[in-house]
Write a protein that binds this ligand. Structure first.
Ligand code: ADP
Ligand code: MG
Length: 735
């Protein structure tokens, strides 16, 4: 009996099995069946596409073949001409041994190799080939699957192995309930695997892909539906704020009027926290839409209800800023128990990893005793020895940096499950929200507070004479008007790797969604080296200080490697206007809020992701001053820069998020690990498969409503567990 867990060593030749394992980590029948072709080719494909350097795979017929001895070598060389009917191509083997009998006129074969040129004629030197009689075993296939090479096994060897394995299996456990297969018009699993590996038509491939995509979506959605079902079973304390408390006092002293969206969402949160089922809500809102004040009001409500609230921030810079700004916003309301503090006041405590042992200990005491009503921190808050007196509400800021597991870890610190609010400024396309945050309800803050000035964005090619200097002069002009500027660089020092928070893209080219960068059968074209080394904070700082146009300006640096108190001091000085220009890494990417800053310059902007640039740009244009964002790149001045042009072309974060998503491997967004095997989705395209994801979600919730433990669906249960386990493993791996 063979099934998907059967080791390949039991099915294939030992050496082949070893190659699959060593080269691609493929160890079982199931692994092999999940190794799907990267494309399909029709046997009628022609040789006309051959260009020097291109890798071609083509079915062709041997037209003529000759062998001759060579001057300087022993042995005989074989030269042949192959044709596909429309074009001829020469092939050459420097040793005819083993080929002579096979490559005879009239033989048809699948050839694969890199096109080179010899005596001004195109040729394939030492191509791989497989005679069609062997390859096809007599079948006439209309489509040939092309696999990425596995070690030195050619695509057709992979095909043969896959076919052998498929032939051994007669039935496959089905994960999708039969009724759903019928209703959604999906082929069964066996048919799908055949359709992927041995299709006769593109229609068959499409039907197979649709079914596999649906299966992935269903597994994901069942896992989420189960999470939801578990959450709905949980009970917690209803948190109803007492009137006349901190929240009322805070509202009275707010210096601005809340936007309609802020009021609405505030009411939703209050209503959900007043229930005895824990809240799980995602709040997404454009950069600058005013999420913090919503969070503060919810936290004050939690304190007014007798509990504590924690705000989890992704970076120390952001945690300190929140601590500072929330403390300021609260004024004497944050001086509970202190002389001159309000008698209804509470305390706002900061906890980060780099605090001194002494202040950490003090913070932890305040947290444990409940004296700190509001606790703000980084992932240090998740650490085991931090305990709360009564944690009522967890707010996670800028969620795209945190995983489900981190949310869970913090939730675990409460006696009863706390209410959870997750905030993100990275707009999330609907289907991604359904997949990544599918266990939460979503609120969207779509309007910006009144009086926001527009941000203008320009792309600045350094190659154009004078443009970069003009950029620095613009900064000087803004500073002369009393404003401030950020200059962001992708790395700290000249010898450093890019800053770890920077997602570095290859120059110009969008990553090829097909390539996984680990040796590609089709070969990769060598990337041109960047024209100059990546800009660093130290180098740019030195240049600016020496630049006469910026004489007299107070220019400082900020990056993650500075000691925490220094970072803090710099941010504080920048916030209070004592620094004019801050040269920094992306530590200021998320959440930093200095309304007086009006210019954002991003060096080597072509190396940043679209959403990241949008986030960076969101640091300016906050204080009613028109913002200016200059995206500097050192590439070809006249070539289009797709990502930069996109960012310059719109300030619509949703639009940019879609572009961003399209440019990377979508699987990565769904929390897969770099190292873990196959936690990512293979088939599902979260953007294109919107209808399918919605259908799967509907079915998943219905299935879980009927059988929360999936007793009626053993195979589905197995796959869901495997997926959840893989995610947890990936999380542990990330540490
Ligand atoms: P984000 O949603 O990006 O986290 P913030 O919460 O940092 O945005 O808010 C950006 C700025 O807008 C802050 O300076 C905040 O004080 C201000 N702000 C928030 N709500 C309003 C409002 N209703 N009217 C005017 N300014 C507001
Ligand atoms: Mg924010």
């Amino acid at each position: 009996m063979y099934d998907e867990s059967t080791p390949l060593t039991k099915v294939l030749d030992k050496r082949e099995a070893k190659k699959f394992k060593d080269s691609r980590g493929i160890e079982t029948v199931g692994d092999l069946l999940a190794y799907w072709p990267r494309r399909y080719q029709s046997p009628a494909s022609n040789l006309a596409a051959a260009r020097i350097g291109s890798y071609i795979v083509a079915v062709a017929e041997v037209k003529s073949a000759t062998t001759r001895s060579m001057k300087n070598r022993r042995g005989r060389m074989l030269q042949a001409v192959i044709t596909d009917g429309s074009k001829d191509l020469e092939i050459t083997f420097f040793s005819s041994h083993g080929h002579e009998g096979k490559l005879v006129p009239g033989a048809r074969a699948l050839f694969a190799g890199k096109v080179s040129s010899f005596n001004n004629r195109l040729q394939l030197a030492h191509p791989g080939y497989s005679l069609l009689s062997d390859f096809d075993r007599g079948e006439r296939r209309n489509l040939i699957p092309i696999y990425k090479a596995v070690g030195n096994l050619h695509t057709w060897t992979v095909t043969e192995c896959v076919r052998m394995v498929l032939d051994l299996l007669d039935e496959m456990p089905e994960a999708i309930p039969e009724e759903v297969l019928d209703r959604r018009d999906l082929v069964d699993r066996m048919a799908a695997l055949r359709g992927i590996h041995t299709p006769d038509s593109h229609a068959e491939v499409d039907a197979a892909t649709k079914r596999m995509s649906y299966e992935e979506a269903l597994i994901l959605q069942v896992a989420l539906a189960q999470r939801r079902a578990r959450q709905a079973q949980e009970s917690t304390l209803a948190r109803v704020p007492r009137p006349g408390g901190l929240l009322d006092a805070f509202d009275q002293r707010l210096p601005f009027t809340l936007t309609a969206g802020q009021v609405d969402i505030g009411e939703t949160l209050a209503a959900e926290m007043a229930r005895d089922v824990p809240m799980h809500r995602l709040l997404q809102g454009e950069v600058g839409s005013g999420k913090t004040v919503i969070a503060v009001r919810a936290m004050l409500a939690a304190v007014d209800a007798g509990g504590q609230a924690a705000l989890l921030a992704p970076t120390e810079v952001l945690a300190s800023q929140h601590h500072r700004s929330i403390t300021t916003m609260l004024g004497d309301l944050a001086e509970g128990g202190m002389l001159g503090g309000s008698d209804i006041g509470t305390r706002v405590t900061l906890l980060t990893g780099s605090m001194s042992t002494q202040s950490r200990r003090k913070a932890m005491l305040d947290i444990a005793s409940g004296d700190a009503g509001i606790v703000i921190g980084t992932h240090a808050l998740i650490q085991e020895h931090v305990s709360f007196q009564d944690l009522a509400l967890v707010v996670v800021d800028e969620q795209h940096r945190f995983g489900v597991e981190q949310r869970d870890a913090l939730r675990g610190k409460a006696a009863q499950p706390p209410h959870v609010l997750v905030m993100t400024a990275t707009p999330i396309p609907r289907t991604v929200a359904m997949t990544v945050f599918g266990d939460m309800e979503t609120s969207t803050l779509s309007e910006l507070p009144a009086g926001r000035a527009p941000i203008t964005t320009h792309v600045v090619p350094e190659a154009k004479p004078g443009w970069l200097q003009r950029t620095w002069v613009r900064i000087a002009e803004e500073v002369a008007l009393g404003r401030q500027a950020y200059v962001v660089c992708p790395r700290i020092g000249d010898d450093d790797e890019p800053d770890e928070d920077t997602e570095i893209f290859a120059p110009d080219a969008a990553p090829d969604p097909d390539s996984d960068g680990d040796g590609d059968e089709e070969g990769t074209e060598g990337d041109a080296p960047p024209p100059r080394p990546l800009a660093s904070v130290h180098r740019v700082h030195a240049d600016l200080v020496a630049n006469p146009a910026l004489e007299g300006l107070r220019i400082e640096i900020l990056h993650g490697r500075l000691p925490a108190d220094e970072k803090d001091a710099i941010m504080r000085d920048f916030a209070s206007g004592d620094i004019d220009v801050l040269v920094s890494t992306t530590v200021i990417e998320v959440g930093v809020d200095v309304p007086n800053a009006s210019v954002m310059v991003v060096m080597d902007a072509d190396r940043f992701g679209v959403s990241q640039l949008h986030q960076l740009r969101g640091r300016v244009g906050r204080g009613g001053l028109p913002g200016l964002c200059l995206l500097v790149h050192s590439g070809d001045a006249d070539a289009p820069h797709e990502r930069l042009d996109a960012v310059a072309g719109t300030t619509d974060g949703f639009e940019l998020a879609r572009i961003d998503l399209r440019q990377r491997r979508e699987g990565d967004i769904l929390g897969s690990s770099q190292h873990g095997k196959r936690t990512q989705l293979q088939f599902l395209h979260v953007l294109e498969d919107e209808d399918l994801i919605e259908a799967a979600r509907e079915d998943a919730f219905a299935i879980v409503a009927d059988h929360p433990d999936l007793v009626a669906h053993p195979r589905l249960a197995e796959l869901v567990h495997a997926r959840v386990d893989a995610e947890q493993a990936a999380y542990l791996e990330r540490g």
